[in-house]
Structure formats: structure tokens, C-alpha cells
Design a protein around this ligand. Structure first.
Ligand SMILES: [Ca+2]
Ligand SMILES: [Ca+2]
Length: 132
């Protein structure tokens, strides 16, 4: 059973449902909240992979390296930071559709997070490559 496909389907269904639950009273979207959520997830992924043997100064170096060498990561972090002051207003104005939208975003990160945790478990005894 390929559960990553199931997560994909769940995410797509949530994104399809979200507009149905939009409230006409909602005046602001959840862009800033969503960008912050992405930033937290990206940082979380990095931490799961890096901090498995405890926190040390090399780990901060690793985050800095990623910041310098991975433009996509840097862009996500900057997006998370930019406009963060609008987050409280977005939260106040959240409707069910926007909640579902955020849930879909988070669901999309589950496979990556689970994969990262698996890598940690596999560290002492790496699984053999599956034969073709
Ligand atoms: Ca809203
Ligand atoms: Ca932002």
C-alpha cells in the first residue's frame, strides 16, 4: 500500500473542499499563516534530520549552510518571516475553509516528516536497497 499516494489524495480532497467552506464574512486570507506553517515545517524537517544525536553548534552551522546554499529553503524562510505581523489578524478572521486549507498544507508535509523520522531510525542499520 503506497500511503504517500493516499496522503496526496487527502490533500487534494481537502483543497477541493476548502472553497465550499469559505465564509462571506472572511475579509483576509491565510497567506501569512500558511507561509509561517511552511517555514516551521521546513525548519522542523531539518531539525529531525540534524538533531538526532542531540543539539550541537554544528547543527546551527548546518542551518546556516542550508540558508546559503538552498535558495528554495531561503525563500520559504523569508516568506515565513515577511508579513508575520499580519498573522494575528489572519487568525482572528479564520473561517472553516481557511482551516481546511491550512490542514491540507500540513497534510502535504506528513510524508516528508515521516520519511525524515524513518531515516533517523534506519541510521544504525541501513535497510538494503530493494532489488529491481
Ligand atoms: Ca479569513
Ligand atoms: Ca509571510
Amino acid at each position: 500500500m503506497d500511503w504517500t499516494k493516499i496522503i496526496d489524495v487527502v490533500k487534494n480532497v481537502l483543497m477541493m473542499l476548502a472553497p465550499q467552506f469559505k465564509s462571506p464574512d472572511s475579509v483576509v486570507g491565510v497567506e501569512e499563516v500558511k507561509e509561517a506553517l511552511v517555514g516551521i515545517n521546513e525548519l522542523g524537517l531539518l531539525m529531525v534530520l540534524r538533531f538526532k544525536d542531540g543539539l550541537d553548534f554544528g547543527d546551527f552551522g548546518a542551518i546556516l549552510d542550508k540558508w546559503k546554499n538552498d535558495p528554495e529553503f531561503k525563500a520559504k524562510m523569508e516568506a515565513a518571516y515577511t508579513g508575520y505581523d499580519k498573522i494575528p489578524a489572519e487568525f482572528k478572521d479564520i473561517d472553516a475553509g481557511e482551516g481546511i486549507e491550512l490542514a491540507a498544507e500540513q497534510v502535504g508535509y506528513l510524508p516528508k516528516l515521516i520519511e525524515a523520522f524513518k531515516k533517523e531510525e534506519a541510521q544504525p542499520a541501513p535497510a538494503p536497497e530493494p532489488a529491481e
